[in-house]
Design a protein around this ligand. Structure first.
Ligand code: 5CA
Ligand code: ZN
Length: 410
């Protein structure tokens, strides 16, 4: 699929720091990306509705990782999927009388426009589930050769007992897994399954549902195997970071790791599993199914600047759960105005220690909050000095742009 145009990311030269992130599986803060190329997979949208601030916050978290890695001197190979065939799309199509393909096309295009507006660095490979069906089929055939697939009335399931290390991504108890599996698209109660937690790999064709002719029969892919097929195709085994929101830890990332490790007979699937917190509205997780949403395109249409949206998100640590509020957006707009004012003065305080503090902060588990405090301090001093003496603020503008994606010149 087409990705979206990239913003220009300034380079800051020597002095970038090695990046550490918290890995969900081990619970540790770990150094990332030992190689020259940092390999990242972030789970993309299911395009049945517009991008809300929860999605945007998750993509901004991983955008910060991309920027921190680049600053540390890595080339980044970034892959993201689009779940352009799945139950929620088909349900929305039935509910609204539209073609599921038109919904997917329209909402994916809106997502691209939102990401471009927010100055998010695009993935190098932006891959749809539908275009990946041949790869999904190859993966399922490979799992079948390893004895990890069985049939329930024509649908194919993954046998989690094929993976002796099943559960090591989430570290959840079986009861917790069962509850989340039922809540997040699983079918623990279906008769004929060997284990209630076994996930669907392939769904045979149902009347009125789209299906593809493949060596596995007429049907469509399950969810977890979609991301595995795309990640293995484009990044290969043992890539650096598997990212997404916290709601994907179980079952999605647990199942993905399990599929890939059984298929490849190697581990780990990803070195680190990194998860962003959930963004809510008035104390409730923002979700398409609940309808309590703040859409990026609505803010865009209301004339809110992308830098203000970025700062409203990046003042929170990416791992925390937080609520989107008008007050938070207003505070971010005021901060952006103050930063722009400071950066437009002819001279200001020396930049280098502020830039160094920002680089340390983002490399330390994407601590954008501390990076923002460093810029606040610089801006306060610049305004207090009144622009009479000191350094030109170009270096600060570059660092704010490179690391936080905020353009102070617009
Ligand atoms: N297509 C799948 C992933 S393969 C999917 O989860 N799509 S989604 O549209 O539901 O979510 C897209 C991304 O936004 C996921 O990483 C998800 O974890 C994240 N996300 C969803 N809701 C929120 C929220 N309220 N706060 C933060 N992140 C969220
Ligand atoms: Zn995914």
């Amino acid at each position: 699929m087409e990705s979206w145009p990239s913003p220009i990311v300034p380079t800051l030269g020597p002095g970038g720091r090695p990046v550490r992130v918290r890995d969900t599986s081990s619970g540790e803060l770990r150094p990332t990306a030992p190689g020259e190329v940092a390999r990242l997979y972030v789970c993309g949208i299911t395009p049945y509705d517009a991008t809300h601030m929860g999605h945007a916050a998750t993509y901004l978290a991983f955008d910060t990782l991309v920027r921190a890695w680049r600053d540390a001197g890595h080339h980044v190979h970034y892959v993201q999927n689009v779940t352009d065939i799945d139950d929620p799309l088909l349900e929305r199509a039935v509910a609204t009388g539209q073609d599921w393909r038109d919904i997917a096309r329209r909402e994916t295009q809106l997502f691209r426009e939102d990401m471009e507006f927010l100055r998010v660095v695009p993935p190098d490979d932006y891959i749809g589930a539908v275009e990946s069906i041949p790869s999904v089929v190859t993966c399922i055939q490979g799992l079948r050769e390893r004895g990890a697939v069985y049939d329930v009335e024509g649908d194919l399931y993954f046998d989690i007992s094929a993976d002796p290390l099943f559960g090591d991504v989430s570290g959840l108890s079986r009861d917790e897994m069962l509850a989340l599996f039922a809540e997040r698209g699983g079918d623990p109660l279906r008769p004929g399954k060997r284990d209630p937690l076994d996930p669907l790999l392939w769904r045979s064709a149902r009347p009125e549902e789209p299906a593809w002719d493949t060596p596995l029969g007429h049907g469509r892919p399950g969810w977890h195997i979609e991301c595995v097929a795309i990640a293995l195709d484009h990044l290969g085994m043992t890539f650096d970071v598997q990212g997404g929101g916290r709601d994907l830890i179980f079952p999605h990332h647990e199942m993905g790791a399990s599929h890939a490790e059984v298929l490849e007979g190697a581990r780990p699937y990803a070195r680190d599993y990194v998860h962003a917190g959930m963004v809510g509205l008035d104390g409730v997780k923002m979700s398409k199914s609940l309808g309590n949403l703040v859409f990026v395109h609505r803010l865009r249409e209301a004339g809110v600047r992308p830098g203000a949206i970025r700062l409203a998100v990046l003042t929170h640590h990416y791992r925390e759960d937080w609520d989107w509020t008008d007050a938070g957006l207003h505070e971010a707009e005021e901060r952006l105005a103050r930063w722009c004012r400071a950066a437009s003065l002819p001279a200001g305080p020396p930049a280098e220690s502020t830039v160094a503090d920002m680089r340390v902060a983002v490399a330390n588990d994407l601590d954008t909050r501390s990076a923002i405090v460093a810029v606040d301090n610089w801006a306060d001093e610049a305004i207090a000095r009144g622009g009479d003496s000191g350094e030109a603020p170009a270096r600060i503008r570059d660092a704010v742009d490179a690391l936080l994606g905020v353009d102070l010149s617009d």
